[in-house]
Design a binder for this molecule. Structure first.
Ligand code: COA
Length: 163
């Protein structure tokens, strides 16, 4: 069965939280160390649905195995730009799911009128950085000691892509 890339719907909320939780608990890639509580995740997704903010999920036989979302900023002067977050379950990495999620979400973001998409990625996350570069993201800056986890400080890069 192929993995489907779908705009998120209410029925995906619990699965989205589960895959976010599993990636967060790896403690290697995200600023989350676990998923936020369900009500918070539900509010986030329902807010995205209401505002038509781009959020896609990868679904394998009913199980959510990845996500990508772009949250538009709210202030008038910043509304042309959005912040991207994504992840793929460890079981499904390296099979093209991340690239498909990113392609779908970027296309929706630019179609909706956004002209700038930015993200923060840990400086040693080679897979994610390669993926973002492949899609035309450029490095704009380095955040020193951005994250401090398990006694280790890690730098992060700000990357962005303009339409
Ligand atoms: C980063 C991530 C989303 C990529 O998703 P994926 O499904 O594994 O990636 P894909 O299989 O679609 O690969 C797409 C591209 O990513 C890059 N890539 C993926 N895995 C890689 C690896 N292990 N090493 C180097 N580049 C890699 C390559 O550019 C690849 O393109 P190619 O196949 O033409 O070489 C996934 O590894 C992940 O979820 N990591 C943990 C969470 C995370 O880092 N989220 C992003 C936080 S900013």
């Amino acid at each position: 069965m192929p993995v489907d890339i779908l705009p998120i719907e209410r029925r995906h909320i619990a699965g989205f939280r589960e895959v976010l939780d599993s990636v967060a608990r790896e403690r290697r890639y995200l600023a989350f160390t676990e998923a936020p509580p369900m009500p918070q995740v539900r509010r986030f997704v329902l807010g995205n649905l209401r505002s038509a903010a781009p959020q896609f999920v990868a679904v394998d036989e009913g199980r959510v195995v990845g996500w990508c979302d772009i949250s538009p900023k709210t202030r008038e002067a910043l509304r042309h730009s959005g912040i991207l977050g994504m992840g793929v379950a460890a079981t499904h990495r390296g099979t093209g799911v991340g690239a498909r999620l990113l392609a779908a979400t970027l296309e929706a973001a630019f179609a909706s009128g956004l002209t700038r998409v930015e993200l923060t990625v840990l400086a040693d996350n080679a897979a994610a950085i390669a993926l973002y570069r492949r899609f035309g993201f450029e490095t704009e800056g380095l955040c020193r000691d951005y994250l401090l986890l398990d006694g280790r400080a890690q730098d992060a890069m700000i990357m962005a892509k303009l339409k």
